[in-house]
Structure formats: structure tokens, C-alpha cells
Design a binder for this molecule. Structure first.
Ligand code: COA
Length: 165
């Protein structure tokens, strides 16, 4: 029941936010939310969410979102910190064009850096292409256009905490 509520909350965010990945079916989202980092309010309702996705030789912190009613309160710092603590996988990478999120990851120890490993780059590129394909399939041209038009504004950040995988 908790996972279903979380998944429905997440689906709403995925539909609203143009920089997030496209939504998948409820059952699939339910499986993913059970492995994700979720912050909650005192009633147990989700307030912030992020998930990890594996690439070749890297793990990506992705789908970082704070509930619209809880934005601007510093929750992104707690969220990124909790997600970093949830994994020992390295390198831990993140792509964003959000100024607020860039402040949060910088404070958590990420630095802006290019990815040079061609296998990681291919893996990231393939995942991005699949997401674009899904946006097309869903007919979500608004999200597709927002992400394609702003692709150059996305920056890559890598956690620099001295740990290796
Ligand atoms: C991006 C997002 C996660 C930020 O969450 P948030 O909890 O509202 O952010 P915070 O209140 O923790 O703010 C983080 C920092 O950014 C700063 N900030 C907020 N808005 C900013 C802006 N427009 N420009 C620059 N800095 C900004 C805050 O002052 C804060 O700085 P500080 O704590 O270092 O002083 C949230 O806005 C969101 O869910 N956006 C929609 C989904 C999205 O686009 N996610 C990114 C996907 S790539």
C-alpha cells in the first residue's frame, strides 16, 4: 500500500516536471520506489524522492524531485545526502540543469566534471535515447522538447569523496 501511494505520488511528479524522466506503469514504478530514497512528512507522505540507475562503470543519481509544497526549504540537501549514504557504488554521477540542485550536490561533495569512460558515455547515451523514445511513444512532446532543446544546459556532476567502488 505504501509503495503504491509513493508510486502514485511519483507518477504525478513525473507528469508535471519537464526535466524528469518519463513515467512508466504503476507496477514498475512501485518496484522502483521500494529501492529509492524517499523522504516523508510526519504523516508518512512522500516529500522528496530520488533513485539510482546503474550504468557501465558508474551509478547515476537521477529523478531528483521535491514535492512542490515543500520546495525552497532545503529538502534537496537532505535528499542528496541520504541518497549518497545509501550506496557505496562509485563513480556516482548526476546530470542536471537545475541551479538549486547544483547547489545541493555541490554541498554534498559533487564536483562538475566530464565523463571520459566511453562505455559509461555509451550507457548514458543509450538510456537517454530510450527515454526520448518513451516520451515519443507517450506523445509527451512538451517534455521531449524541453529536454532536447536544453540538452546543452545539463551539467555532469561526480561525487568526489575520495572513495572508489
Ligand atoms: C530542484 C529541486 C529538487 C530543488 O529542491 P528544493 O528542496 O526546493 O531546493 P532547496 O530548498 O534545498 O534549495 C537548494 C539550494 O538552491 C538554492 N536555490 C533555490 N532555487 C534556486 C534558483 N532558482 N537559483 C539558484 N539557487 C536556487 C537555495 O537557496 C538553496 O541554496 P542553499 O541551501 O545552498 O543556500 C526542486 O526544485 C524540484 O523538485 N524541481 C523539479 C524537479 C527537477 O527539475 N529536478 C531536477 C532534475 S535534473
Amino acid at each position: 500500500m505504501g509503495a503504491e501511494r509513493d508510486a502514485r505520488w511519483l507518477l504525478q511528479r513525473l507528469r508535471e516536471e519537464e526535466d524528469l524522466r518519463p513515467p512508466y506503469r504503476l507496477q514498475r514504478e512501485q518496484r522502483w520506489v521500494m529501492e529509492a530514497t524517499v523522504l516523508r512528512d510526519e504523516d508518512g507522505s512522500p516529500t522528496a524522492y530520488t533513485e539510482l540507475r546503474k550504468h557501465l562503470f558508474a551509478v547515476e543519481l537521477t529523478t531528483v524531485v521535491v514535492d512542490p509544497h515543500h520546495r525552497g526549504k532545503g529538502l534537496s540537501h537532505a535528499l542528496v545526502e541520504a541518497a549518497v549514504q545509501s550506496t557505496t557504488a562509485r563513480p556516482l554521477i548526476l546530470f542536471t540543469r537545475s541551479a538549486a540542485l547544483q547547489r545541493a550536490v555541490a554541498r554534498a561533495g559533487f564536483v562538475q566534471r566530464r565523463i571520459w569512460n566511453p562505455l559509461t558515455l555509451s550507457s548514458v547515451g543509450l538510456r537517454a535515447a530510450m527515454r526520448c523514445g518513451r516520451m515519443l511513444l507517450l506523445g509527451d512532446l512538451r517534455k521531449l522538447w524541453a529536454q532536447v532543446a536544453h540538452v546543452a544546459a545539463f551539467r555532469c556532476w561526480v561525487l568526489d569523496d575520495g572513495k572508489t567502488a
